[in-house]
Design a protein around this ligand. Structure first.
Ligand SMILES: [Zn+2]
Length: 88
């Protein structure tokens, strides 16, 4: 499978030069319940459509976010996360 994903630093890269770490999740509040902590660690939305994902570039060794369609693999955009997004 060939898929190009644009690293915000390096430009378009083949998918084997990157690592997808899955959909980004919302970190629970400071003192989460056991249920909230369990959901944060193990439950994913698993959407059909565009989802926000964490990606790692092996060339520049930086993390970035991407919106990728889970069925077509179309990557709508990639960007460096804002400080608030890093905690999300
Ligand atoms: Zn890069």
């Amino acid at each position: 499978m060939s898929l190009l994903v644009t690293c915000p630093n390096c430009g378009p890269r083949e998918v084997h030069e990157l690592r997808c770490a899955g959909e980004s999740t919302r970190r629970p509040q400071a003192r989460p319940t056991r249920r909230e902590l369990n959901d944060y660690l193990y439950v994913r939305d698993n959407v059909w459509g565009f989802q926000r994902e964490w990606w790692f570039c092996r060339s520049c060794e930086e993390w970035f976010l991407a919106e990728r369609h889970t069925y077509t693999n179309e990557v709508a955009r990639t960007w460096h996360p804002e400080p608030a997004e890093r905690r999300a």
